[in-house]
Design a protein around this ligand. Structure first.
Ligand code: ATP
Length: 297
């Protein structure tokens, strides 16, 4: 869907993007991660043709990025941009028309979405009379009305209560089912784990990792297993620091060069293994680890 090669952007002496390559396959939810100031918004603004890159290339569906792509992209910016004095209905119609929908088609889709999201009674309300979460919903719908092929969401869950965040999450998954490609930029790592198929992380203007969630997690596995043993027949080595609780011994054991099967076989000589579970890092732990290790560079 999106292929980016060697993208560079500086604001005066500030480097925002350095040689960034990115490959986003069609139909995935792609997490764009990175700490504050990493360069994510700059990248998103370049894809949306709000600003130009200094160098590098961007292709969408195999064609060089151009103004003709604007109607194919839906963009929910982090700083929301609704017109406070406008009514919800007029606002949605305005955005839909901007993206090239006919009056009739736009009205049909707005009605559909207002109904679907249980917002029918809001149509005559002015944006300034909506709560933050309600305005967010209006903006979310305005972003997807033209059924973009590529949807870019910058912190789509901010301002939502857990119930509405769940509704938006379900809508994102539904859009993915329809074949829409989604780029999701967020600091909420639990949403990344739940929603994203693939991720890329940017730190200090450079891409520092990418891949499927599984690949990324696999590359950060500490090779430690959480073990529980029962019916322990011979004393466990003191160095294992096992803790006994109601006849079960619990501890963590590093592979130390063994395969998981070899470690399991060793553990079985001590008693019955009731738990043998690999410690898998969360995306949150990986994020913090990567950002902290980058601090020393
Ligand atoms: N208009 C601008 N003028 C000058 N410097 C800018 C401008 N916009 C961004 N920068 C700088 O470019 C770098 C990348 O900023 P960017 O907004 O892309 O980061 P981000 O990853 O989106 O951060 P956040 O998670 O805080 O939104 C930062 O060093 C920032 O200070």
């Amino acid at each position: 869907m999106l292929e980016i090669e060697k993208l560079n952007k500086s604001y005066g002496p500030n480097r925002a993007l350095t040689d960034v390559d990115l490959f986003v396959p069609k139909g995935v939810i792609f997490g764009l991660l990175g700490p504050n100031g990493a360069g994510k918004s700059t990248l998103i603004r370049i894809i949306n043709q709000i600003i130009d890159a200094d160098s590098g290339s961007i292709q969408i569906e195999g064609r060089k990025l151009s103004p003709s792509h604007i109607s194919k992209i839906g963009y929910l910016p982090e700083e929301r941009g609704l017109y406070k004095k406008m009514k919800v209905w007029d606002q949605m119609l305005y955005f839909a028309r901007l993206k090239g929908l006919s009056q009739t088609e736009a009205k049909k889709r707005i009605n559909h979405w207002l109904e679907k999201m249980d917002m029918g009674s809001w149509r005559e309300k002015k944006v300034e009379d909506l709560s933050k979460g309600m305005a967010q919903k209006v903006q979310f719908i305005s972003t997807i009305l033209h059924e973009p092929a590529l949807l870019i969401l910058d912190e789509p869950f901010s301002g939502f209560d857990p119930v509405n965040a769940e509704i938006i999450k379900d809508q994102i998954l539904e859009l993915k089912q329809k074949g829409i490609t989604v780029i999701l930029s967020t600091h909420r790592m639990e949403s990344v784990e739940l929603l994203c198929d693939q991720v890329a992380m940017i730190n200090k203007s450079r891409k520092i990792l990418d891949g499927s969630i599984r690949e990324v997690k696999n590359s950060f596995r500490p090779d430690i297993f959480h073990v529980s043993l029962e019916k322990v027949e011979s004393p466990l080595p003191v160095s294992w620091k096992a803790v006994e609780e109601e006849g079960q011994w619990h501890f963590s054991k590093s592979l130390d060069g063994k395969t998981p099967n070899e470690l399991l076989a060793e553990l079985m000589t001590y008693g019955q293994v009731s738990r043998f579970q690999e410690q898998v890092p969360s995306m949150e732990e990986i994020f913090i680890h990567q950002v902290k290790s980058g601090e020393h560079e």
